[in-house]
Write a protein that binds this ligand. Structure first.
Ligand SMILES: Cc1cc2nc3c(=O)[nH]c(=O)nc-3n(C[C@H](O)[C@H](O)[C@H](O)COP(=O)(O)O)c2cc1C
Length: 210
């Protein structure tokens, strides 16, 4: 398959945007928001690589600290496919519902399994991953007095370890039943625009960093 000029940058490579759907509810509000973002990535000639975390059945981090010794995780599951996608991504964007002010357990398991990236930098003294843009698309039903700041802080913490500069943030409050977000054409459009903007930013980062 040949690629059009808009799908390539000066290095001749595609811009790969890893799009992580973090909800345990398939086809729910945060995944629909991510799908709008994916459309924007495609419109700008990027390559969106969407994964749905719940399908990967990622086991929790065991806290064994093997990754401090070896730089890799000893737990044998599909997180190793995700590591490959993280490593080759030019941008990383996560969509998540708010669960008790933070992210759901299926997504938190992925976050915790990013400990090898932390260990490589802070224990093993290895080079940081190249800087790249990314961020969080968040949907909460609303009404919780504790807000969503923990979801944002937790996501920023893991993205920082992955070398992701937190440049994408869209927080939607209100949609609750699956599909409610379809009534919010404004935020779906905003997510689509952000997808296109992220491809442009990723190209800029790549020309600076590599
Ligand atoms: C276990 C659970 C906890 C939740 N906690 C919150 C919360 O703290 N704040 C909030 O605004 N909404 C909360 N919600 C509502 C979801 O964020 C809301 O339904 C959202 O639209 C779900 O997104 P999804 O369809 O992508 O899964 C919670 C829902 C569940 C199932």
């Amino acid at each position: 398959m040949s690629l059009s000029a808009t799908e390539l940058d000066a290095t001749g490579a595609e811009v790969r945007v890893l799009c992580i759907a973090g909800s345990p509810r398939r086809g729910g509000n945060s995944e629909r928001l991510l799908d709008a973002f994916v459309r924007g990535v495609n419109n700008a000639g990027g390559l969106a690589e969407k994964i749905v975390v719940v399908d990967y059945r990622i086991a929790p981090c065991r806290g064994c600290n093997s990754c401090s010794d070896t730089g890799t995780c000893i737990v044998k599951d599909r997180m190793h496919e995700v590591y490959g996608l993280i490593d080759s991504a030019d941008a990383i964007v996560i969509s998540s519902p708010v669960y008790f002010a933070t992210v759901p357990a299926v997504l938190k398991a992925l976050y915790d399994r990013c400990q090898p990236y932390w260990a490589r930098i802070y224990v093993r003294g290895e080079a940081r991953p190249p800087k790249r843009p990314g961020g969080l698309l968040l949907v909460g039903g609303g009404g919780d007095p504790f807000g969503a700041s923990c979801a944002v802080t937790t996501t920023k913490s893991v993205l920082a370890v992955l070398g992701v500069q937190y440049e994408v943030e869209l927080e939607v409050e209100g949609p609750d039943a699956a599909g409610d977000i379809d009534d919010r054409a404004d935020v779906l459009k905003r997510a689509e625009d952000m997808g296109s903007e992220t491809v442009v930013k990723a190209r800029e980062y790549r020309s600076r960093e590599r």
